[in-house]
Design a protein around this ligand. Structure first.
Ligand SMILES: C[S@@+](CC[C@H](N)C(=O)[O-])C[C@H]1O[C@@H](n2cnc3c(N)ncnc32)[C@H](O)[C@@H]1O
Length: 422
């Protein structure tokens, strides 16, 4: 099995017969035979993490040992690093109903199966639908697999959680690979998913996507995305931004075209098309939309984060949406993972900079002044925020109202970002 599926080696037919007695793998479309040897057409492999283990059916990895090779147009991706980053981004909520759009081989659905009552998975690729049904059956996961584009197969239905690692690659119209490209122009596949999410979410439901978006000359990318999320509470994190040439190179390599005669032609076409669309860069990251009234926070955060990040995403939304307007009565405690870094001239009385850094979650760092550092240092849950600020005002001989005005917004931010708990 390892030689056949994992190493993609030809195996004598007789050996395969011994490993799978009484099963006609050829008739099932799992293997192909010729000259007494059998080759795998599909990849069937175990996947395990923590206390869970599954069997996953997908297309074989195209090219081993670091090589990339061209793949069939309806190629079904196995469990890829991007799939796992969406798994790790997903908020750890229990849901009555969840929707996995563009399910591929069923990765997201498998990961949701132990905390969702009713799971619906969709795809436009008949091969993906077929393989997802097999993956679900092998793992005894009850999955409603439907054929259709984006929200078409779930018209009039609502979900507590929608996840999608959609085919977001921004490329010229034409023949693409179904697992990463669609007939949608530019980034409209992501736009459609986001704009229509509230119509398919229950109140307080979540929609989480991995995405690419275009940064168009003369437009602010944050404003464009704010137009998509409208009046909902949302958070977009741009993890990386590539210029068009880097972007095209990345995806041509992914398609296995590196070094092939088609490479230069595809490269030129793609670059010309991006220039015509006035695309000056492409943002890559995540979108989380919480179906409650609110606004969008869109930020660049290319730094290392804790994984899984999902629990921290949930925590941040809870803080942002649930904190009282007036913080002065709260008894705050500094989180265990916060460290203080000070820099300055040797022997200087005061530090030149003070940075508070979290070790967990987004691993945020906040530069603070001595007053705010003093405030955070005093947050052991004993005194209220108002009492600590009043004591600091007294110490500094400043009106307390000034300190409240100056520091409460910053304290709010520290609470939202998990530096301070209550
Ligand atoms: C990048 S793969 C993601 C697979 C899997 N969900 C994962 O996380 O690994 C994108 C999937 O979207 C599917 N897809 C492409 N166009 C679609 C559309 N218009 N509507 C729904 N799914 C689509 C592809 O067939 C492919 O299975």
């Amino acid at each position: 099995m390892i030689r056949l599926f994992v190493l993609q080696r030809p195996v004598p037919q007789a050996l395969v017969g011994q490993a799978f007695p009484g099963v006609d793998l050829v008739a099932l479309g799992i293997t192909d035979t010729g000259a007494g040897e059998t080759r795998a057409v599909l990849d069937i492999r175990p996947f395990a993490e923590d206390d869970r283990e599954w069997w996953v059916v997908a297309d074989p990895t195209p090219g081993l040992d670091g090589r990339r090779e061209p793949m069939r147009q309806d190629y079904v991706l196995g469990i890829a690093p991007a799939s796992l980053s969406l798994v790790q981004l997903t908020v750890p909520v229990k849901a009555e109903r969840a929707l996995d759009i563009g399910t591929g081989c069923g990765t997201q659905s498998l990961h949701l199966s132990d905390r969702v009552n009713q799971l619906v998975a969709t795809d436009v690729n008949p091969r993906a639908i077929h393989l997802t049904r097999w993956t679900a059956a092998l793992n005894r996961v009850e999955l409603d697999v439907r054929d259709g584009s984006l929200y078409e197969p779930v018209q009039g239905e609502r979900f507590d959680l929608i996840v999608s690692n959609p085919p977001y690659v921004i490329s010229p119209p034409g023949e693409g690979l179904t697992y990463r490209e669609t007939g949608f122009a530019g980034d409209t596949v992501v736009e459609q998913l986001v704009r229509n999410a509230p119509d398919h979410l229950t109140d307080g439901g979540w929609c989480q996507l991995l995405a690419n978006w275009t940064c168009v000359t003369g437009e602010d990318w944050q404003d464009r995305l704010a137009g998509w999320t409208g009046d909902r509470s949302a958070w977009v994190v741009q993890r990386e931004q590539l210029d068009p040439a880097e972007y095209v190179e990345l995806w041509l390599r992914d398609a296995g075209l590196h070094g092939s005669p088609a490479y230069t032609q595809r490269y030129d076409e793609w670059m010309r098309w991006l220039t015509e669309q006035r695309v000056e860069a492409i943002g890559m990251g995540w979108i989380t939309l919480h179906n409650v009234p609110g606004t969008l926070t869109a930020e660049e955060w290319p730094y290392e984060i804790e994984r899984p990040i999902g629990p921290h995403v949930l925590h941040r939304f809870e803080r942002l949406e649930g904190l009282p307007g007036d913080l002065t009565a709260l008894h705050l405690r500094v989180a265990d993972d916060v460290v203080q870094e000070t820099t300055g001239q040797p022997g200087a009385e005061d530090p030149a900079t003070i940075v508070l850094r979290r070790q967990r979650g987004m691993r945020r760092a906040e530069q603070v002044d001595t007053v705010l550092a003093g405030f955070v240092g005093a947050c052991d849950g004993d005194l209220s925020t108002g009492q600590i600020l009043a004591a600091l005002a007294d110490l500094m001989d400043r009106p307390v109202v000034d300190l409240l005005a100056d520091y409460l917004p910053q304290i709010r931010r520290l609470v939202v970002e998990g530096f301070l708990n209550y």
